[in-house]
Ligand binder design. Sequence first.
Ligand code: G6P
Ligand code: MN
Length: 448
Amino acid sequence: MSVPVEKRQKQRIVIAGGGSTYTAGIITMLLENNDVFPIESIKLYDNFAERQERVAKACEIIIRERLPQVKFSWTTDPVEAFTDVDFVMAQIRVGLFAMREQDEHIPFKHGCVGQETCGPGGIAYGLRTIGPLIEMIDYMEKYSPDAWMLNYSNPAAIVAEACRVLRPDARVINICDMPVCLEEIFARILGKKSRKEFDVRYYGLNHFGWWTQIRDHEGNDLMPELMAYVKEHGYEEHTPQGQHKESSWLETMRAAKDLYAMDPTVLWNTYLKYYLMAPETVAHSDPFYTRANEIMDRREKDTTEECERIVAAGTARDTWFASNEHAMFIVDLACALAFNTQERFLLIVPNNGAIENFSADAMVEIPCIVGKDGYEPLSVGKIPTFQKGLMEQQIASEKLAVEAWLEGSYQKLWQSFMMNKSVPSAKIAKDILDDMIEANKDYWPELH
Ligand code: G6P
Ligand code: MN
């Protein structure tokens, strides 16, 4: 059905957000998968020259040692970046970790959840990201009109809604790795080699969804075994991987047990804890040392040091930068589009009736089949009142955020904060908003 491996043409990629802590891992993964997804060139693009260059110089060595035929370059010029590419892999973080710190600290100061993508922090981040992302889509459409953008920039829900409203026909696919990571955990709990040994049914919004079915390829139901485990342990496992080894993530994985109790007929995306367990999350957090601080002190520092070490040594043969298993979905998705694999992915797409009793114009996260012409959503059917109610409130909050950005409306942004289940009152919403406006003055449109 798909293009046979030996007939696959080489692909040209630009990674937008080249200076990211994830770039070296993604490049390593791309190189390792060159047999199924052959690469002609990789470009890095970032607006922060110095940060990108540090990563790029290390990546240059990695590529030279592992797959020297791949052309590699980096640039801060969008025209150069977006010209002659087949795929844009977009992972931008507008305002970097310093602004993530603000997104997390400000709500906490007012007794609310401070989180990268959920609640007021996520909304604030959304308002910073819409403009730069739309700008990148426009460059791509102008300089590589046949390219696809695989966007996993956060906050994915708000970014996806902005794409739907502002560039509905653009070749952009919004995707999140959280379901992938959790399915990898499910696979380990079930003693399977990988998530590719089963098919899932899932519905919701980004960072706001539920698994309703998990079956192996023979059609056997794997849910009972998995649920028996989750009831006792949540998603905590013996061999956590990558960032999920860190204590704040372990706590989130344990919280899945409490989420599961709220509706034991489904498995929950862990991000729902920020809405349904907001006070408990606040009580367990240090408002002055959040996840952003952890990352700046660890992942960012370690990545920077490793890049500098590689460059100083002139070799990357002994590097700890490794292909991140869960990041494989990016290559799988690119393969599906380039070579028509018709594989199934959870994507963030316009609902258009897929969830029968939910608004057509909502961006929902649901299974889709992906091939050469893009994606085809699978039908979900009717969803229960509990999930539908939660999703309606959350999508309203996300839509108001995008409308606020478009119209420069203070009122709508306040409503977006109020509408969010993680915020308990109108007054608190306003207090957070006023602090957020000050912190984001270099990034947000002016509100009136
Ligand atoms: C998951 C989510 C991402 C999020 C990341 C945060 O992978 O899907 O949307 O950005 O977690 O992880 P971090 O280690 O940066 O807190
Ligand atoms: Mn995500």
